[in-house]
Design a protein around this ligand. Structure first.
Ligand SMILES: C[S@@+](CC[C@H](N)C(=O)[O-])C[C@H]1O[C@@H](n2cnc3c(N)ncnc32)[C@H](O)[C@@H]1O
Length: 248
């Protein structure tokens, strides 16, 4: 008679079978995803349907913190670390920094975690995102106020950072299923040239406000043109990613 142990597939066989299913479904990192999802006892079928791993597990690491994420918020991207690094460099000691379009709270909470001297706040037009960001602040024990607001809430800020939507409307259909089917469209798309949200923010803040804005590399020149004394910083892959300048 065979023992129970001998009928169970070896772990590596389970991973290889799962990885094959994910590869067949079109996932880009099938082995990594299979290992993670099996180790966590997560539902592989959700990943086969191209749901992002971060939504299935309900969490995403960003710099030194881990955030709860679900379909109310964009999954924080490594590209956005450039925005955090820019804020850490520009913010004066003890200064006030505000994150517009905070989503999960990733940028605001990462800044506060790394610069406790700063007074950091965030806001988002989406009530669902605000709820997620507040819950993340509470879980991480970080003192960051999050408001529901479009554009910049009233107040004095030494620096305003924003990773607002910047995808062009005509790009949407070509995006990966992980984005198109699961992430909130209003967190990503901003009109014909992708600059509607950035233009609205720049046009609504008090003149002279110091802004650090994340954007697509192809938008760098246009964003520089919206600001006074502007300059653009590159992300980890060397692409123009964050433009800093003063609102005219
Ligand atoms: C690209 S997501 C970025 C989320 C987060 N900052 C991050 O980096 O992970 C953009 C966020 O901006 C919010 N948003 C869009 N337009 C806005 C506006 N005019 N004012 C405030 N928030 C806005 C969306 O609800 C969404 O949460």
């Amino acid at each position: 008679m065979r023992s129970a142990a001998s009928t169970r597939p070896a772990p590596s066989q389970s991973v290889s079978g799962a990885a094959r299913r994910l590869a067949d479904a079109g996932c880009y990192t099938p082995w990594l995803d299979a290992e993670l999802l099996l180790r966590e006892g997560a539902d592989l079928g959700r990943r086969v349907a191209r749901e992002p791993v971060a939504y299935i597990l309900g969490r995403k690491a960003f710099r030194w913190i881990e955030l709860h994420v679900d379909r109310r918020v964009l999954i924080p991207r490594p590209d956005t670390e450039t925005l955090v690094e820019t804020a850490l460099e520009l913010a004066p000691r003890g200064g006030r920094v505000h994150d517009v379009g905070t989503g999960s709270g990733a940028v605001a909470l990462a800044i506060k975690a790394e610069r406790p001297d700063l007074v950091v706040s965030g806001s988002d037009a989406s009530q669902g995102a605000v709820d997620v960001a507040r819950e993340n602040a509470r879980r991480l024990g970080l003192d960051v106020d999050v408001a529901t607001a479009r554009d910049l809430p009233p107040g004095h800020y030494d620096l305003v950072v924003a990773n607002l939507p910047y995808v062009r409307e005509d790009e949407w259909d070509g995006l990966a299923p992980e984005i198109r089917l699961y992430e909130p469209r209003e967190a990503l798309v901003a009109g014909r040239d992708g600059l509607d949200a950035i233009r609205a923010l720049v046009g609504s803040v008090p003149p002279g406000t110091l802004l650090a804005l994340e954007h697509a590399p192809a938008q760098a020149e246009a964003v520089r043109g919206l600001l006074d004394k502007s300059r653009t910083l590159r992300d980890l892959a060397g692409r123009e990613r964050v433009t800093v300048g003063r609102a005219p």
